[in-house]
Design a protein around this ligand. Structure first.
Ligand code: HEM
Length: 520
């Protein structure tokens, strides 16, 4: 144990030293923009500030003056060039290589796993309506199994006559979303296989943590140490489980748009998609198998961790406010819309819920999956120069060298008092009166990214989050608690939801409310 501590301390000191030296190198040698980082001196005095505070400070000082700054080795762009980065052709700067640099998935999933964007934008998005029924079914089951398992003992809490059941939100949403995604990805039979669902959730959750270790390493050595990581074991396990079904589909490719049990599932879509990619129709079976399974896992990573974090934050935001403030009006509006839609949720009915839309968007505004998002890597050997838009007085072009990675100052924008009134306050119905209350990517709201590479899975993700929150509210009451605080380290530009604190729930029992048995 002590030796583990020494390793951890050495790794931390080395990382901080690297950041400091990089900052010096950028400023003095490359004459690059200023670097947002805590100084050694601040660390030694215990005065370092979280990444979110650094972004706010640097956004105020530089972004608002139309200048870029650096954070985590990336160029953080000022609003004056937002339009320019949005329009830049993929061959000059692109999201895929930037994401691969940051996530280091290739050594685990194979080199050709990143072209799933098109499939998400087309086949998957078109199938969202037909996915609602299986999603609802799975949400119902997971809420029973993972939010209030029959074994959970109730407690009497001080000052309360009711008994309450403890719930640690993040682990429960992770297991739930792992299972829900499984249903959509590979079908119902896998949802009852913990070997699959738990491994999938562990795989998706583990990528971010391991990428912090891998992304700063010299790339040629990563394949050599990749076998030491849990991800390699998890990918092998998932591959072994899914292999017979992928083989069967390859032997007998499904007619597009038809599914054995009538439920749209991503796996058959993926098989057809991969076979349609250049070189795959004639490729060896092993290559096609890797192509299908690599993409399937890449997609599950894109979906599971992001949706889990977003849903966890939404639940933390719900339970930290009195039900009369948000939960009750959201539920009331949803019940009215559902009744007006013959008791059936459709994508259209789900997009007629401005209160819920606004609540989710506000939660995403203050608790995005990253405080800097929308990475683009410069691929043009000459570098690129982003010209400022009109209306930004005195703004200069921003030059980005070949290989540079850009990010958007999401947290700065979302906390800008010029953009949002009282930006630090959670106002769940802040967007309810907007023409579009839902979480559409814009220059003011970036939790799903920005521009043409903004998240293509957001339609499906929002359907999952809405259906989940509505059933959570229909089935459970919650005890109002102080909001579990997000976790953030001083040298990172990411916050994650609290993963340990309990909240308290109980099944609804009052007159007029849906009555549910524990573990039903
Ligand atoms: C609430 C849940 C989710 C959040 C918050 C989220 C957020 C994001 C963000 C911030 C990006 C980067 C966008 C950019 O670079 O501008 C992204 C990209 C992406 N997301 Fe999501 N996402 C979610 C769910 C999903 C789901 C369910 C899927 C798949 C069905 C998905 C598939 C993708 C893909 C394929 C990309 C890469 C897009 C590209 O580079 O063009 N996401 N997502």
């Amino acid at each position: 144990m002590p030796s583990l501590l020494i390793y951890a301390a050495t790794a931390l000191v080395t990382y901080i030293a690297y950041v400091q030296l990089f900052a010096l190198f950028q400023t003095v040698v490359r004459k690059a923009p200023p670097v947002a980082s805590n100084s050694w001196w601040a660390f030694l005095r215990g005065k370092s500030v979280p990444g979110s505070v650094l972004i706010e400070q640097f956004y105020e000082k530089y972004s608002k003056n139309n200048e870029a700054f650096m954070a985590g080795g990336h160029y953080v762009l000022p609003p004056s060039v937002f339009a320019a980065i949005r329009k830049i052709p993929d061959k000059m700067a692109n999201s895929t290589p930037a994401n691969e640099d940051g996530l280091v998935l290739e050594p685990f999933l194979g080199h050709d796993n990143t072209d799933i964007i098109h499939l998400v934008r087309t086949d998957i998005t078109r199938s969202v309506d037909a996915m609602i029924a299986p999603l609802k079914d799975e949400i119902h089951t997971t809420l029973s199994l993972h939010f209030l398992p029959p074994s959970t003992p109730a407690s009497l809490l001080s000052g309360d006559e009711e008994e309450w059941y403890p719930l640690t939100v993040h682990p429960s949403t992770l297991t739930a979303i792992g299972r829900i995604t499984t249903r959509i990805l590979v079908g119902k039979k896998y949802t009852t296989l913990p070997a699959w669902t738990d491994t999938l959730a562990g795989f998706a959750n583990g990528i971010i943590i391991q990428s912090f270790l891998l992304k700063n390493l010299w790339r040629p050595i990563v394949p050599l140490i990749a076998p030491l990581f849990n991800t390699t074991r998890r990918v092998a396990k998932l591959r072994a489980l899914i292999l017979p079904d992928v083989r069967a589909l390859l032997a007998n490719p499904p007619t597009p748009g038809t599914y054995p049990d009538g439920e749209p599932t991503v796996l058959p879509m993926m098989v057809n998609y991969v076979l349609s990619r250049p070189g795959y129709a004639e490729a060896k079976e092993a290559t096609v198998l890797t192509g299908v399974i690599g993409r399937l896992l890449d997609l599950s990573f894109a979906a599971v961790d992001t949706t889990t974090i977003t849903l966890t934050h939404c639940i933390h935001d719900l339970v930290s406010h009195a039900p009369s403030l948000y939960a009750d009006p959201i539920l009331e509006q949803a019940r009215a819309v559902l009744a007006g839609n013959n008791g059936v949720w459709t994508t259209q009915a789900l997009s007629s819920l401005p209160l819920l839309d606004s609540f989710i968007k506000e939660s995403q505004r203050l608790h995005p999956i990253g405080q800097l998002l929308s990475q683009r890597k410069v691929l043009d050997p000459k570098g690129v120069t982003l010209m400022p838009s009109e209306g930004f007085e005195g703004a200069k072009p921003v030059h980005l060298p070949f290989g540079a990675v850009t990010q958007m100052p999401l947290h700065g924008i979302h906390m800008d008092a010029g953009v949002y009134e009282e930006p630090g306050e959670f106002k769940g119905f802040r967007f309810a009166g907007d023409k579009v209350a839902s979480s559409q990517p814009t220059d003011r709201f970036m939790s799903f990214g920005h521009g043409k590479h903004a998240c293509p899975g957001r339609h499906l993700a929002l359907v999952v989050v809405k259906l989940f929150l509505l059933e959570f509210l229909e089935r459970f009451k919650y005890r109002e608690v102080e909001r579990p605080r997000d976790w953030q380290l001083g040298f990172m530009f990411n916050a994650v939801p609290d993963m340990k604190t309990n909240i308290w729930i109980r099944p609804r029992r009052e007159e007029g409310e849906v009555e549910v048995e524990v573990g039903a």
